[in-house]
Design a protein around this ligand. Structure first.
Ligand code: KIV
Ligand code: ZN
Length: 402
């Protein structure tokens, strides 16, 4: 039996707070319902004291969601915690998530507090939250730039005060994978009461290590990872949920753990987020990008047609992408063209195919990608008519369209 890693989705909080990704209450509720369908364990629905909209979103999501834990973020202050609880009290499984910065740079310049003041704020916050519910998460903001000795001390103290999850945020995406893995291992070794809490990783992507650091955390004993759909989040984003989940599935022999996520819901969830926010994912994004399963080079297309395992480590269907896309462009070979033509209902002899291919290459020279409608037009005009006349017509149609 594999160890179950808890997936803590913060798309609606850390993701939503980044520029261009704001959502209204209705949109957040729609996405929360899809996240539950996806099978995440915890949905961080917002930061209730930060705005009326966040408060309402946390409250409505709490009331609507059946099985998933709902978390609300709050600073280590009683007023924040009280406000969060006013929204979370409607949840079947509420979690209060309180945080305070622990790095010298944050404590000195942002909080203007010394270590003992921060430690006592953290303990007071956890004790205050504990009167409302049992499930309390404590985050040491900027943990990767904090003195590890202070981290061990504060984690021990908040666990004694009742924290059930201790989160280790790489707030500024500074950690390197081996360092982050070691930090998690050291926390396990050096915090005497660590057995009473789950260790969580929250990794940002400023150096592109968000997912790698999360994986290293899991391999060193973390029981929860915090991540977002499409990797959205502050600055360069948070660790991408779909990448973490699929790393554990595709390379399952390397992992003694797994998640409850239904992988076929990954693409539909990514698409829903894109439609709601109007912000598309980069085409080459792993798992959910438009090109993640697209093959244009002739050699790749030929290999794919002979056996998809030649160039694909997972099938598009396995993550909910409707179909495998062979993108037809000037690098494509006859084999791939013929395969697409068959899908479109054409069955050409070798000679006919050669003529269609000639016309196809001419279009492909002018356009980046040859669409199905171009192929239908090219083929139904009669293979004997394939030539300049057709290409000119097609180009005209193309130019009119765009
Ligand atoms: O990045 C961060 O430190 C956070 C905390 C509030 C968990 O988002
Ligand atoms: Zn964050």
């Amino acid at each position: 039996m594999k160890r179950q890693i808890q997936i803590f989705d913060t798309t609606l909080r850390d993701g939503e707070q980044s520029p261009g990704f704001s959502m209204n209450v209705k949109e957040k509720l729609r996405l929360a319902l899809q996240l539950e369908k996806l099978g995440v364990d915890i949905i961080e629905a917002g930061f209730p004291i930060s705005s009326e909209g966040d408060f309402r979103a946390v409250k409505e999501i709490s009331a609507a969601i059946e099985k998933t834990t709902i978390a609300g973020l709050c600073r280590a202050r009683n007023a924040d915690i009280d406000r969060a609880w006013d929204a979370l009290r409607y949840a079947k499984k509420p979690r209060i998530h309180t945080f305070i910065a622990t790095s010298d740079i944050h404590m000195e310049h942002k909080l203007r507090k010394n270590r003992s003041e921060v430690l006592s704020d953290a303990v007071n916050a956890v004790s205050h939250a504990k009167q409302y519910c049992n499930d309390i998460e404590f985050s040491a903001e900027d943990a990767t730039r904090s003195d590890p000795e202070f981290l061990f001390e504060i984690f021990e103290a908040v666990i004694s005060a009742g924290a059930t999850v201790i989160n280790v945020p790489d707030t500024v995406g500074y950690g390197l994978p081996w360092e982050f893995g070691k930090l998690i291992a050291d926390i396990r070794a050096r915090v005497p009461n660590i057995g009473k809490a789950v260790i969580s990783a929250h990794c940002h992507n400023d150096l592109g290590f968000g997912v790698a650091n999360s994986i290293m955390a899991v391999q060193n004993g973390a029981g929860q990872v915090e991540c977002t759909i499409n990797g959205i989040g502050e600055r360069a984003g948070n660790a991408a949920l779909e990448e973490i989940v699929m790393a554990m599935r595709v390379r399952h022999q390397e992992f003694e753990c797994d998640t409850r996520v239904k992988q076929e819901e990954l693409y539909p969830t990514s698409q829903m987020l894109t439609r709601i926010t109007g912000v598309g994912v980069q085409p080459n994004k792993a798992i959910v990008g438009d090109n993640a399963f697209a093959h244009e080079a002739g050699i790749h297309q030929d290999g794919m047609l002979k056996n998809p395992l030649t160039y694909e480590i997972m099938t598009p269907q396995s993550v909910g992408v409707p179909e495998n896309k062979l993108v037809l462009g000037k690098h494509s070979g006859r084999n791939a063209l013929n395969e697409r033509l068959k899908h479109l209902g054409f069955d050409f002899s070798r000679d006919e195919l050669n003529k269609v291919y000639e016309g196809f290459i001419r279009i492909a020279d002018e356009k980046k990608v040859v669409l199905d409608e171009d192929l239908v037009s090219l083929s139904t005009n009669g293979v004997t008519e394939v030539g300049n006349r057709f290409v000119q017509q097609d180009m005209q149609r193309y130019l009119n369209k765009y």
